[in-house]
Design a binder for this molecule. Sequence first.
Ligand code: KIV
Ligand code: ZN
Length: 511
Amino acid sequence: MDKIIFFDTTLRDGEQAPGASLNTEEKIEIARALEGLGVDVIEAGFPVSSFGDFEAVKSVSSLIKRASVCGLSRAKQKDIDAAGAALKKAKYPRIHVFLATSKIHRKYKLKKAKYEILRQAVESVKYARKFTNDIEFSPEDASRTEPEFLFRVIEAVIKAGASTVNIPDTVGYAEPEEYGNLITAIRENVGNSNKAIISVHCHNDLGLAVANSLSAVKNGARQVECTINGIGERAGNASLEEIIMALKTRGDIFSALKTNIKTSKICKTSRLVSKLTGFVVAPNKAIVGANAFRHEAGIHQDGILKKRSTYEIIKPKDVGFYETGLVLGKHSGRHAFADRLKNLGLQLTASQMGKAFICFKGLADKKKYIFDEDLFAIVEDEVRIVARVWQLEDLEISSGIKSLPKARVTLNKKNKLFKAESSGDGPVDACYKAIDKITGIKGKLLDYSIHSVTAGKDAQGEVSIKIRAREKIVSGRAASTDIIEASAKAYINAINRLFLKTHHNEPKINC
Ligand code: KIV
Ligand code: ZN
């Protein structure tokens, strides 16, 4: 039986999505979740690109023991050296070298002739072999490369020692049949293609990333590169959860293929990635969207009650989708709380558990019933985020339809309190202006959305925002029963992420 290797690039291509930024602790947490999910290769970053990426690949390498850990590198010695150094402690290190091969990239980006590209590709693969035998080569923009030239490059890099050759559809231009045919053509025209795994890496610019990946698999590709929730550059990458569930659900077509993915961990991993990147999952997103298993129409509900498979092609539990249940309240004790977190798969250290319990009690004073979603919000928003440069200490708002909204904000930085006041177009605007005065960072709000974590008038509102500041786009998210407080915390969360992006050595203050 053939195996499909799942190569997850959430921490590299996924993190390249504008607004997604992960610190090392967050990358480690996601890497652990990916390993638990059964991913075979974790692309943890692009070590030469920044100190933060180097450190993240290094830390993930020393912790992950079952999956291969991969570092991306241009076809340059200094990049390969950085990747090799970052991967030193990895049990199964992989270096992923890429070099563009298409005419448009050769002419305008690289300004190099075909023979120079060929030589550079071969030399870089040979050089990378000094660090590990597991070398992947990507002819960037492969799907727009002249096939004859692509075949020559692939043959040469395999001869030079590449054990995986990835065929990126870098700009999401391919169409499924055409892309599948390209994979077949590679297998038929590259003499030594059976000496390497053929991999695929599809972007979603035309919404075809998953379809293209599946077509490639049908035509002999045996590694798929993908991300959780399909996050990534521009319209994103092929989504891991959609590929694996298509392979499983359509076992009639893909029955000869096995994978290591434990699908029951999909929803948990999806939620973690969404929380830590700040990228909200659309309710109608396949497999992991909140509505993916909800049936609204009467006819559908009737069918579901009679036989679930009338309208359900996947069992929700197979992807770890849970339904909201009433769980805890004001009188619930520490034991019941810890037990519920455990059942939800939320593993915390003793000190995190202590903090989470305090947050839970605080919430239970404001809100009668605490649902599973509230617990996720507490753990992911309040407890696990370790890098807090600024924290909200206090917030006073005066607002009315006929009076000018005003905010008085107190922030804490390294146990020192900073206060500012401002008016604004509304209470949130006033609050953000006051925060800007304190931090000295003027954030331009690009996106603001709020949704209620659960039903009920006392539900927590979860605010997700995206801001542009200091030429970077960062996102922030926070939940509270008070939506102005949630808005302020989400903004501060984004500012803290900005600090992470620009000051890697900024001291970390825990909540
Ligand atoms: O999309 C792309 O071409 C890439 C390569 C680096 C593999 O991400
Ligand atoms: Zn890509």
